[in-house]
Design a protein around this ligand. Structure first.
Ligand SMILES: Nc1ncnc2c1ncn2[C@@H]1O[C@H](COP(=O)(O)OP(=O)(O)OP(=O)(O)O)[C@@H](O)[C@H]1O
Length: 232
C-alpha cells in the first residue's frame, strides 16, 4: 500500500531526515515514535507533499506520488490530520465536515451523518455549533472525521492525543481500532504517548536524529532497546 524509500530532507544545511524507508499495508497501523525534534513531523510532511523531500520516493498502491502536490496526494488517497487540530473555527461542525467532502470525494452530503455518528457519536449533537466553540478533544475528533470522509487509503495522524483529556483519548483509540478492523485503509500514527501507540499499532518505527534506529512488530515495542530511544 505505502512504500517509502530512502527519504532525505534538509532544512538548509541541517540533514533532518537520513535515508528513511518504510512499508505499510492496508488494515495495519504503524506507530511512528521518537523524542521531540527527531524529524517525525518532517517525515509526515514529506509523505503529504507539504514539504518536498530532497530525495527518495513515495508510492501509494504502486503509484509513484513523489512529485505530486499535497492536493493531488489527497486525491490519490492520503489524508493528513496535522498536529494542533486544524479545523475551520468560524464554520459549524456540519460545514467543516462538508468541506472534507467538497475537496476530496464525490460522496453526497446526506451520507455524512450516519458515518460520522457511527465513529464519533459526540459530534451528533454538535452539528450546528461553531468549530471554535468545541473543546480541544472534540476539535480533534472533528478533524479526524473530516479526514475520513474523503475515504482515504492512508490516514496520517500527527499526535492525535496531544493536550486531550483521557476520556476523549479513549474514544479516539476506539476509532483507530475500528478502522483497523475494517481493514480498508492504512494508518500511520505519530505519537509521543507510548502506551496509546503500543495498544493500537501492529508495527512501529523509531526515529532518532532523522534516522530509523528501531523498527518491528507490536510485540517488540516494549523492548528496552526501543525505549532507550524514547522519552518513556
Ligand atoms: N521549518 C523549519 N526550518 C528549519 N528547521 C526546522 C523546521 N521545522 C523543523 N525544523 C527542525 O527539524 C528537526 C525535526 O523537526 P520535526 O518537527 O520534524 O521533529 P518532531 O520529531 O516532529 O518533533 P516534535 O515531536 O517536537 O513535533 C528539529 O530539529 C526542528 O527544529
Amino acid at each position: 500500500m505505502l512504500q517509502v524509500e530512502n527519504i532525505n530532507q534538509y532544512y538548509g544545511a541541517a540533514h533532518t531526515l537520513r535515508g528513511v524507508s518504510l512499508e505499510l499495508e492496508r488494515g495495519k497501523c504503524m506507530a511512528l515514535l521518537g523524542r521531540n525534534g527527531v524529524g517525525k513531523t518532517t517525515l509526515l510532511k514529506c509523505l503529504m507533499g507539504v514539504l518536498p523531500a530532497s530525495s527518495g520516493s513515495v508510492k501509494l498502491e504502486g503509484r509513484d506520488i513523489t512529485r505530486l502536490a499535497p492536493h493531488q496526494r489527497a486525491r490519490a488517497g492520503i489524508a493528513y490530520v496535522p498536529q494542533g487540530r486544524e479545523i475551520f473555527a468560524r464554520l459549524t461542525v456540519e460545514e467543516n465536515l462538508l468541506m472534507g467532502l467538497a475537496t476530496h470525494s464525490g460522496k453526497k452530503a446526506s451520507t455524512i451523518k450516519g458515518e460520522v455518528y457511527e465513529l464519533f457519536p459526540v459530534l451528533k449533537s454538535m452539528l450546528h455549533r461553531r468549530g471554535g466553540d468545541l473543546s480541544g478533544g472534540q476539535q480533534q475528533q472533528l478533524a479526524i472525521a473530516r479526514a475520513l470522509l474523503a475515504e482515504p487509503k492512508l490516514i496520517i495522524l500527527d499526535e492525535p492525543t496531544e493536550g486531550i483529556q483521557p476520556s476523549i483519548i479513549k474514544d479516539i483509540g476506539n476509532v483507530i481500532r475500528l478502522l483497523r478492523e475494517r481493514g480498508d485503509m492504512a494508518i500511520l500514527l505519530c505519537e509521543q504517548y507510548f502506551d496509546f501507540a503500543h495498544e493500537l499499532a501492529d508495527q512501529f518505527m523509531v526515529l532518532s536524529r532523522g534516522e530509523v534506529v528501531a523498527a518491528g512488530v507490536q510485540a517488540q515495542m516494549g523492548d528496552p532497546e526501543v525505549k532507550r530511544h524514547l522519552a518513556v
